[in-house]
Structure formats: structure tokens, C-alpha cells
Write a protein that binds this ligand. Structure first.
Ligand SMILES: *Cc1c(COP(=O)(O)O)cnc(C)c1O
Ligand SMILES: [Zn+2]
Length: 426
């Protein structure tokens, strides 16, 4: 098996640390950490065949879209079995109408909302909670805009670990809150933003021995990076021109970039897709800071209806910048109005998703208009969350009193005929 260790991402420090480190950051300089590997040399064709053959077994780790690629996640001791709920193995679907709407691109969607708790966070959580067991964590905790906590709650329940979530008071959707509640997570609602909740957790985590499972935990990134491996396998190992993600705390774009780098190092990828990160205009510190090349300016009061990316101080920005630089990446911001239009464009293709996920299509359209994405490009968007994660959003946007596609009638055939005449007129 290949050797794994933790490595500081700051080139000026570059310290290595043992995998069993309890702290999610570098003890020498406080920077973020990577899980780093010395991979065994395996022929690319052999790896591809091994991964494909696992699809036909009934072993739980082989059925997981994360652990099927376990040669790329060789950090668990042999005594620990992965904590899995059958995550991954998500669909890649074409989105022709949304592609036309965005400006004549060949668009498809990798739908990570089709995960056990309805978001891509499950890909990271299976890895992170498994790693937590290997260091005998007693209590896991996160700050969340809703999906991290739903996912943590499910995987912690599965692992038999207590879980505590810090969430912005009235800042997360009811659907996400009830998921976590059903899985038995303890809820601390903080009067403040996500960033306030995260600061609070960081302030008390060490003294209370809370094992933090936010995306600054490098094992989260390891699970999430497999989405890009599965995507390339689904495309016959042909990269698209662009891979587009919404950006909140910037863990997911960091994960995609790391996955692509490792695939390239193993000879499984010739040319990476260009990564594009889309932020909501009211919560776009990374977009604003991208060109300057300096540390980003946090946004004190992030505002957007896309609550999953309502983050003003993205913790993973140095990793995100690194991955965008080597893939010649793009960063864009879109308004809430543009997100709503993009969501409708996807719905016309029969594809539902969270508002934050729809920011990708809105971003593609803007990048097309600016000439940054050429026409007829092959573009894959990452849909990060399930349509039903935020039903209130859809009610606000679709089902107002002026909604012409919805009537209430008595149980009477004539009333049904009249209703059909109105609803299907024109
Ligand atoms: C967490 C989340 C995001 C943001 O991902 P980051 O890794 O924080 O950038 C986007 N969309 C959804 C639905 C999410 O749950
Ligand atoms: Zn360091």
C-alpha cells in the first residue's frame, strides 16, 4: 500500500506531520494541511480495470463511489473499516436546454445531490468520519450552512459517535435542520453568520476535545476528490474543457483540483479541465480577491438566497487558489436573480438542485458572455445539493398567488374539464 502523511500547504513551511494529528492545521505555522501520498507505481490501465471490476462485487466498500477508488485514499489503518452509507455513484446527465440558455455550450451535470443525505458533503464525510474513528475521536463537530451538519449527523450516527453542530440562527433551511435532528445531532444555533459559528467552534474545539469535521479537515477533501475520478471514468477518461462549481468555503474546488493533480501524476489524465468557481454576488470574497493575488478581504455580512454558499470568510481559499492557478481557472460571481433564472433553465431539462448548485449555470452564461468560455465548449457543472434541500426557495419563486399552473377544484368532472381548459390553454 502507498504511504500517506499530512503535509503543510505553505511552501515556506512544508512540514510533514503524522496522520494521527488531532489538529486539522499545521502545528508549526497554522496553515492548512494536505493528505499527501507516495503512491505505488501501478499501470493506469490496471487501476482503471481494478476500479471497474469492483462495480460488479457486493462488498460495501466496492459499492461506495468513494472507497471504490481506495488506492487514492490509503490513509486508514487496516483495523478500521470505512463508515459508508453507499455514497457516490452519482449520475452524469446531459442538460441540453440549460446548455443552450447558457450560450450554446455542450453542458452536462454531475449530480452530487444524489448522495445519501442529498449533498456532496457525504463524499467527504465518509472519509472524515472513518479517519476520526482511527484517531479515537470522542465527539465530532462542525459549523454548517446546513448540508455539512446533515451529513455529519448521518455518518456520526452510523459510526456511533455523538455530534454537535453550530449553525447560524434562522440561517439554514428547515429540511436540513430536520435531517440532522432525526440523526440525533445536538444543535447549537448561533445568533450570527456561518462565519461567526465557525469562529466559535474553533475557539472551543480544542478545550472540549471536539473533532472538527469542516472542510479544513484534510480528510474531507480526500473523499470529495473522488467525484472527479468518477466523473472522468463516466466520460471514458476524457476531460471536459471546463469543470464548474459553486464556491462557499472553497473545499470542493480544492478537492476537485487535488483529485485532478493526483490523476495526472498517476498517468490517468493528460490534460485537466479548467476549473471555474462561481460565487454569489453578496458573498463573493474569493471572486473579488482572485485577481489581486493577495489574501482575501472577508465579507462581514454575506447575503444571498443560496444559503449553502452564504460564507464571507472562506477557510480553504489558499488551496482553492492553488488549484485554480495550475488549471488556468476562472472565477465569476452571479446575482440571486441570475441564480433563479439558471435554476429554471435546469428545471426545463428535468434537473432539480439547490439554489447554490444552480449558480454554476448562471456563471457559465456570464463567462460565455464575457468570452472567457468559447462557444461549443464541453462544460460539466457540479450540482452540489438535492432539489428538496430548500423547498421554501421554490415556494417563494414558483408558487405565489399569481401561479397560473396550479388550481384547486371540487371533486367534480366539470370542474376538472374547466381546470384542464385553463391550465393547458395556449
Ligand atoms: C457546501 C455546499 C457548497 C459549497 O461548497 P464549498 O466546498 O464550501 O465551497 C455549495 N453547494 C452546496 C449545496 C453545499 O452544500
Ligand atoms: Zn506549516
Amino acid at each position: 500500500m502507498s504511504r500517506a502523511y499530512l503535509s503543510c500547504i505553505d511552501p515556506a513551511c512544508g512540514q510533514s506531520h503524522p496522520l494521527a494529528l488531532k489538529m486539522p492545521k499545521c502545528g508549526a505555522c497554522g496553515s492548512l494541511l494536505d493528505v499527501a501520498y507516495e503512491f505505488d507505481r501501478v499501470a493506469p490501465a490496471d487501476l482503471r480495470r481494478l476500479w471497474r471490476d469492483r462495480l460488479s462485487t457486493s462488498h460495501a466498500a466496492d459499492r461506495s463511489g468513494v472507497w471504490r477508488f481506495r488506492e487514492l485514499l490509503s490513509f486508514l489503518p487496516s483495523t478500521i473499516s470505512p463508515v459508508t452509507l453507499g455514497e457516490g455513484a452519482t449520475p452524469l446527465v446531459e442538460a441540453p436546454r440549460a446548455g443552450r440558455w447558457a450560450g450554446e455550450v455542450r453542458l452536462s451535470a454531475k449530480h452530487l445531490g444524489a448522495n445519501p443525505t442529498g449533498s456532496f458533503k457525504d463524499l467527504g464525510m465518509t472519509a472524515c468520519i472513518s479517519a476520526a474513528l482511527s484517531v479515537r475521536a470522542q465527539v465530532v463537530a462542525c459549523a454548517s450552512t446546513g448540508n455539512t451538519s446533515s451529513s455529519m449527523a448521518a455518518y456520526a450516527a452510523r459510526a456511533g459517535l455523538p455530534a454537535v453542530m453550530f449553525v447560524p440562527h434562522q440561517g439554514i433551511s428547515a429540511a436540513k435542520l430536520v435531517q440532522a435532528a432525526e440523526f440525533g445531532a445536538r444543535v447549537i444555533e448561533v445568533r450570527g453568520t456561518f462565519d461567526d459559528a465557525f469562529c466559535l467552534l474553533e475557539a472551543v474545539a480544542a478545550e472540549r476535545s471536539l473533532h472538527v469535521v469542516n472542510s479544513i479537515n484534510p480528510f474531507r477533501i480526500e473523499g470529495q476528490k473522488t467525484a472527479v475520478v468518477e466523473l472522468l471514468e463516466q466520460r471514458g477518461w476524457r476531460a471536459p474543457d471546463f469543470l464548474v462549481l459553486p464556491g462557499g468555503n472553497l473545499g470542493n474546488v480544492s478537492a476537485m483540483g487535488k483529485g485532478l493533480r493526483e490523476l495526472a501524476a498517476l498517468g490517468l489524465l493528460d490534460r485537466p479541465p479548467r476549473l471555474a468557481v462561481i460565487q454569489a454576488a453578496g458573498a463573493a470574497p474569493f471572486y473579488r480577491g482572485w485577481d489581486s493575488g493577495r489574501a482575501i478581504e472577508p465579507v462581514a455580512h454575506p447575503e444571498t438566497e443560496a444559503s449553502a454558499i452564504r460564507i464571507g470568510r472562506p477557510a480553504n481559499w489558499p488551496k482553492a487558489r492553488r488549484e485554480l492557478e495550475w488549471t488556468r481557472g476562472l472565477v465569476e460571481s452571479v446575482t440571486d436573480g441570475e441564480i433563479a433564472e439558471a435554476k429554471a433553465a435546469l428545471a426545463a431539462d428535468g434537473i432539480g438542485c439547490e439554489p447554490a448548485s444552480a449558480a454554476t449555470v448562471a456563471g457559465v452564461r456570464k463567462l460565455r458572455q464575457r468570452g472567457r468560455i468559447p462557444p461549443a465548449s464541453e462544460v460539466v457543472i457540479i450540482l452540489t445539493g438535492h432539489q428538496l434541500k430548500d423547498p421554501d426557495y421554490i415556494l417563494r419563486h414558483q408558487a405565489g398567488p399569481e401561479d397560473k399552473s396550479h388550481v384547486i377544484i371540487d371533486a367534480d368532472p366539470d370542474a376538472a374539464r374547466r381546470a384542464l381548459d385553463t391550465l393547458l390553454a395556449g
